[in-house]
Design a protein around this ligand. Structure first.
Ligand SMILES: [Zn+2]
Length: 201
């Protein structure tokens, strides 16, 4: 199976049954977290002064919510990883590195955190069950054609959801093309990838 990470779908794979939509946990929890962070900001004391009880209370509440979000991400990641590992014996995974840039949006940060948690869960699960994991360097994976290997001259804008190859004319959803590129780069055969099931032993 080939796996590409993204914002809309946490994981897009070469198998339609194994795509993982972006979980919205977060959404209400994130608002909750933001509220506690604002409370902390209002209750902050000047330097070298002890924290007020209100500040400590808000900080405790914020920590509790962050923990909850992290646990939910891990849980979703593990459940998904279990299915992927059960149904495939070789995995080609985009070697995603979170950026956490200051200028990224909240949505991007949430997506990055979800991807990190899911990738960790997947690699752990695969190792536990003796699956082969190929980590694929992410450079140009959205620009290459999974069918003929041609590289597009320009990166697709994020709004463009369809990959159209100028060399061979292949048209496929952008993330599906990337997932397939993972397979090709890992040296796995894309044609048989969806059909392999791990040996029963
Ligand atoms: Zn092509």
């Amino acid at each position: 199976i080939g796996i590409d990470w993204g914002v809309r779908e946490t994981a897009t794979t070469t198998s339609d049954a194994h795509d993982l939509p972006h979980a919205e946990h977060g959404k209400t929890a994130a608002e909750c977290l933001a509220r506690y962070q604002r409370m902390m900001a209002r209750r902050r004391t000047p330097k070298n002064r002890p924290d007020t009880a209100g500040y400590r209370k808000a900080r405790k509440a914020a920590a509790k919510v962050s923990k909850k979000i992290a646990r939910q991400r891990q849980d979703t990641g593990r459940k998904w990883a279990k299915n992927v590992v059960r149904d495939h014996d070789a995995l080609a995974v985009e070697d995603f590195k979170p950026k956490f840039l200051a200028k990224t949006t909240m949505a991007r940060k949430a997506a990055d955190a979800a991807i990190s948690a899911t990738k960790t869960a997947l690699v752990e699960m695969a190792r536990k069950h003796g699956r082969t994991v190929h980590l694929v360097h992410p450079a140009h994976t959205t620009m290459d054609c999974a069918y003929c290997g041609a590289r597009a001259k320009h990166a697709l804008p994020l709004s463009e959801r369809t990959y159209t190859c100028t060399a061979c004319g292949a048209v496929s959803p952008r993330d599906k093309n990337s997932a397939r590129v993972m397979l090709v780069r890992a040296g796995l055969n894309p044609a048989s990838a969806d059909l392999v099931s791990p040996s029963p032993c």
